[in-house]
Design a protein around this ligand. Structure first.
Ligand code: ATP
Ligand code: MG
Length: 386
């Protein structure tokens, strides 16, 4: 007859007719409901104050205020607004029924009540009410979840902003450092310049000149770094281009008929590879400029840098000048330039090949380091410190 719910539903019967008390209440109790009774308005609100019923069966004609007024007060109160109200009355006038529904009633049962039918209606409204309640609960839970998620998203967004801000800060700092390193190297060069002014001996002046060139080529790496978006890697093709043109321009008066040819790919090198590589190029280009064309005869100096395969860089500096002296020993050099070149190629884990077939050509191949290699190296260094 009635659908049973997990928790026992409570019905509040408001009627001053003893029949309702005895017969209807007993019938509903037998059907599995808890029944509360009230005969007048005051008792209704007292009872509701103690325990909220799941449904209210409300008579219209009551001593004191009417069922309509009680319904209006129930609807006006946030706590009781949701309780379904069924009017039970002997009044059959449609006006009363319409008023009852206007006041928010869910049903209107005409007395005398058929108990079976009344119970079926009550059961239906309770089912609707219970479903409505569980929906409301679910909605409330969902709203809480949404609010919680919004909070988490907001926290995430804020921490993302913080990370971005600190990253930008670090980038600015790194740029600043590269800038300062470059400036400091330039200061060192200016000091060397001042110092060398008083030197009369040409050989000593040359030594100063070479030192300045080496320092300049390192300063240029830092300049390229703070000028680029990528602060950890240098576009080495671009670097070689700038360095070669600078060196060549500085000595062009000595080599009026020598042409510079630069053929470079856009290859990115980490700072720890870019610096040794830059110094090697500096030495080789300076050698071609200084030793390749001693007679003033014309020719060309060609610089190339390209990727051989995925991670291998090939660099060559060639000139079609006089060629290397007969006693030139590549593995056991006595001069500083070649010693520097050999040491730096070792740092790059590269190989050096000399082609003497046409002038002088130095070819250096070395593995391009990836970010992963860098991380491994950092970890290795960190472990070795502990
Ligand atoms: N491109 C070249 N063409 C002709 N001779 C060269 C060339 N490169 C090097 N040499 C010869 O090899 C020698 C060794 O070069 P290396 O760079 O080691 O010394 P350096 O240039 O004389 O002096 P530094 O130590 O300042 O570089 C040079 O002195 C020069 O005779
Ligand atoms: Mg040299």
């Amino acid at each position: 007859m009635t659908e049973s719910f997990d928790t026992m539903n409570t019905i509040l019967v408001v009627d001053d007719d003893p029949y309702m008390f005895n017969v209807l209440a007993d019938f509903m109790r037998e059907a599995g409901y808890k029944v509360l009774l009230a005969t007048r308005a005051e008792t209704v609100f007292e009872t509701i104050g103690r325990e909220l019923p799941d449904i209210i069966l409300l008579d219209i004609n009551l001593p004191g205020i009417t069922g309509f007024e009680i319904a209006a007060r129930l609807k006006a109160n946030r706590r009781t607004r949701g309780i379904p109200v069924i009017f039970m009355s002997a009044r059959t006038d449609s006006k009363d029924k319409v008023r009852a529904f206007d006041l928010g009633a869910v049903d209107y049962i005409t007395k005398p009540i058929n108990l079976e039918e009344g119970a079926a209606r009550i059961n239906t409204h309770l089912t609707i009410r219970n479903l409505q309640k569980s929906l409301e609960d679910r909605n409330a839970r969902l709203s809480r979840e949404i609010a919680e998620r919004k909070k988490v998203e907001e926290a995430l967004r804020r921490s993302e902003e913080q990370i971005k801000a600190s990253l930008t800060e670090k980038e600015v700092l790194l740029k600043e450092i590269h800038h300062r390193v470059k400036n400091n190297l330039q200061i060192i060069n200016s000091l060397l310049n001042l110092q060398s002014r008083g030197i009369k001996d040409q050989e000593s002046r040359d030594i100063f000149e070479k030192c300045k060139n080496r320092i300049d080529s390192i300063a240029l790496v830092h300049e390229k770094l703070y000028q680029s978006e990528d602060l950890a890697n240098v576009n080495f093709g671009e670097y070689v281009n700038t360095l070669a043109v600078r060196l060549f321009d500085a000595y062009s008066s000595r080599l009026p008929d020598v042409e510079l040819k630069v053929n470079v790919e856009s290859i990115y090198l980490q700072v720890n590879q870019a610096i040794p590589c830059a110094l090697v190029i500096n030495e080789l280009v300076m050698n071609s400029i200084k030793h390749g064309f001693p007679t003033g005869k014309g020719g060309e100096i060609a610089i190339e840098i390209k990727l051989l395969d995925a991670d291998k860089v090939s660099l060559s500096v060639a000139d079609n000048g006089v060629g290397l002296p007969k006693d030139f020993k590549i593995d056991t050099p006595v001069t500083l330039g070649m010693q520097i070149i050999n040491a730096l190629i070792g740092q790059l884990h590269g190989t050096l090949e000399v082609d003497k077939s046409k002038g002088t050509k130095f070819i250096i191949d070395f593995p391009q380091k990836s970010d992963r290699d860098k991380k491994n190296e950092e970890e290795r260094l960190l472990k070795s410190k502990h």
